[in-house]
Design a protein around this ligand. Structure first.
Ligand code: GRF
Length: 203
């Protein structure tokens, strides 16, 4: 299997997926390219360190979302991936782009969707006073953070939490569930079918 990962930042999910490919948790799979929309994304160094080809497609270089997405699509498709993995990729994608990869593109979001789509999820969870928070892996559909859910992990919210401590607890869960979800999809156990997630054997 061939994966293309899209990142914008730190790259800790990239690292966890890379580890899973190397350990065999995700079997027979190669990350063929890591693409960032920001040249300064620290995650690029994670990829380079691992010998993975990287590419920067800076959204600022394009006049419109459509132009940026078209360039992104050309680059991704040149690598013939089986799956496109958004790993901390912080740009909204156009419906045309998303439709092209329907069932072949997944995202991880730092909340228990459908709660807290969008940004600043940890601060918003604390503000609401929820007792449980977490992370969600989902297939990407045109509506932001609303695609069919593949795997979730919940973590407790502690009285002493601030957004940073809560984010760190959620991030550990992300590093568990993203490789699990990718392994399930790439082995054919889980797929998107008629707008729903279908499991041949449960996780
Ligand atoms: C993660 O919390 C992810 O859920 C969110 O952005 C963060 C990316 O972290 N979308 P990293 O770049 O993978 O370390």
């Amino acid at each position: 299997n061939r994966l293309v990962l899209l990142i914008s930042g730190r790259g800790s999910n990239l690292q966890s997926i890379l580890n899973a490919c190397q350990s065999g948790q995700i079997s027979s799979t190669e990350i063929v390219c890591v693409i960032s929309n920001r040249a300064e994304a620290p995650g690029l160094a994670v990829a380079i360190q691992a010998g993975i080809p990287t590419q920067v497609i800076a959204h600022r270089d394009y006049a419109s979302r459509e132009d940026f997405d078209a360039a992104l699509r050309r680059s991704i498709d040149a690598h013939h991936p089986d799956l496109v993995v958004l790993a901390g990729f912080m740009r909204q994608l156009t419906a045309a782009f998303v439709s092209h990869y329907l069932g072949r593109m997944v995202n991880i979001h730092p909340s228990l969707l459908p709660a807290f789509p969008g940004l600043h999820t940890h601060a918003r969870a604390l503000e609401k006073g929820v007792c449980w928070h977490g992370a969600t892996v989902h297939f990407v559909t045109p509506e932001l953070d609303a695609g069919p859910i593949i795997v979730q992990a919940a973590v407790p919210v502690l009285a002493t939490d601030d957004p940073a401590s809560l984010a760190a607890r959620v991030l550990e869960a992300e590093h568990q569930i993203y490789p699990q979800a990718l392994a399930a999809i790439l082995s054919g156990r889980c797929r998107l079918e008629a707008g729903r997630v279908h499991w041949s054997t449960p996780l």
